[in-house]
Write a protein that binds this ligand. Structure first.
Ligand code: ADP
Length: 412
């Protein structure tokens, strides 16, 4: 069965087509038949498009655009027309899966998209305007291309955290906030859930009592406290701005700072949004870059602000991990995933060193050059330390396969 996954961000869209067996799925993601990336975040008014068939070299183009929607349809059509064509036509696509960032209160699980589901996703545009609007656009374009008979499936980044206990969901403001939907939802759920499933395979045996902290450290970053596969706490909240320091986002800060900025420096909502989402984090503190590789390079050349940015990042991370460990009542597994989690050995070393009090012992050799999806702790460590390659698109494809009952009739 040909499964197309559409994963839209605020400044890019990734599309991946895979051919999955009707029956049980392999553990590892099969090579995509076709994939495309559209990036309109780097240069205003332009979209950089990369399309690849199988393992061929990607074909790149750069187009002027007024609106990203204009290019999505032609890019999807390269799946069956032009040089990178991998299908005879759109009718070969069996299901389209969408990563949807905000599912609000309504969605606790992967769901087939109906007009009602679409209306519900639209409601959460207010909470995640950069994301949900583009996702709705992608759903509409896919329906126009593939027709209403091809099922479209929404996999929500919030759904994995629907199990959070009430005490972890409720912000300590007036109770009316909670009633109005202002509560901790948590994000990166697709990644945290996938990482948990990979971890459970590596650990083997009975994992129902395993206490695991998953550190998704990409441009955005969040932690999940996972008990036997169930999310019991997480650092992102009502929006993806809460919690850890990130590439350009501040993470949690004293809300009194916002009152001060509004009252004394005349900040308005748009400016607060920009400064907290785009001008803070690694970029804000270092004044150099949001990219951890550039921070590490600047540290090498003796830049004090880059050092400070790294130290604040590690400090905030350790502090929040402490909170997750408290939510779990102890720690069996610490897991690193996404760009920084998978690749930044100095950060993993700094974090694990500070967590020696919990019996974490990192194997320095394995940490320096980890195999993906492996354990990098010393044999005698009280806590396993795993590095897992993040693959949200594969997880969305697996969810589509599960919802279709392994290729049969669409259940649920
Ligand atoms: P996104 O959240 O956009 O999917 P990624 O998961 O790709 O982002 O993570 C991007 C981050 O990973 C960037 O900060 C980048 O610098 C960092 N990163 C990638 N490779 C390395 C590396 N070798 N060392 C340190 N950081 C890295």
């Amino acid at each position: 069965m040909k499964v197309l996954v559409l994963n839209g961000g605020s400044s890019s869209l990734k599309a991946v087509l895979r051919d999955l067996p009707e029956g049980p799925l392999p553990d590892d993601a099969p090579q995509p038949l076709w994939e495309a990336n559209v990036d309109w975040g780097r240069h205003p008014g332009r979209a950089l498009i990369r399309v690849r068939r199988g393992s061929e070299t990607a074909r790149e183009s750069d187009t002027a655009i007024r609106n990203p929607d204009e290019v999505l349809r032609p890019v999807i059509e390269t799946m069956w027309s032009g040089e990178a064509a991998a299908l005879r036509g759109p009718e070969e696509v069996r299901v389209v899966g969408h990563r949807v960032v905000h599912g609000g209160k309504a969605f606790r699980d992967t769901t087939r998209i109906t007009p009602e589901v679409r209306a519900e996703i639209r409601k959460y545009c207010e909470f995640a305007p950069e994301h949900n609007r583009l996702e709705l656009e992608a759903i509409e374009i896919a329906e126009a291309i593939f027709g209403a008979a091809v099922p479209q499936v929404a996999v929500f980044d919030t759904a994995f955290h629907a199990t959070l206990p009430l005490a972890a969901q409720v912000y300590a403001g007036p109770y009316e906030w909670f009633e109005k939907g202002i509560r901790r939802y948590g994000f990166h759920g697709i990644s945290h859930q996938y990482a948990w499933q990979r971890a459970a395979r590596i650990l083997g045996g009975d994992t129902t009592r395993v206490r695991l902290v998953s550190c998704h450290l990409g441009n955005g970053a969040s932690l999940a406290a996972i008990l036997g596969g169930v999310s019991v706490d997480t650092t992102m909240g009502f929006t993806p701005l809460d919690g850890l320091m990130m590439g350009t986002r501040s993470g949690s800060i004293d809300p009194g700072i916002l009152i001060y900025l509004v009252r004394h420096l005349n900040y308005r909502a748009d400016e607060l949004d920009r400064v907290l989402n785009q001008e803070s984090g690694l970029k804000g503190v270092s004044g150099i870059s949001a990219d951890m590789r550039e921070i590490l390079a600047a540290i090498e050349s003796g830049d004090a602000r880059a050092r400070l940015a790294f130290d604040v990042y590690a400090h905030r991370l350790c502090r929040e991990i402490g909170g997750m460990v408290a939510a779990l009542g102890g720690l069996d597994v610490l897991l690193f995933t996404a760009g920084i989690g998978e690749n930044c050995a100095p950060l993993r070393a700094a974090v694990c060193e500070r967590m020696a009090y919990l019996g974490v012992k990192l194997d320095a050799g394995l940490n320096a050059r980890p195999r993906m999806d492996s354990d990098i702790a010393e044999a005698g460590s009280a806590v396993r330390v795993l590095v897992i390659h993040a693959d949200e698109d594969w997880q969305v494809a697996r969810e589509c396969h599960r919802l279709l009952g392994g290729g049969g009739a669409l259940a649920g």
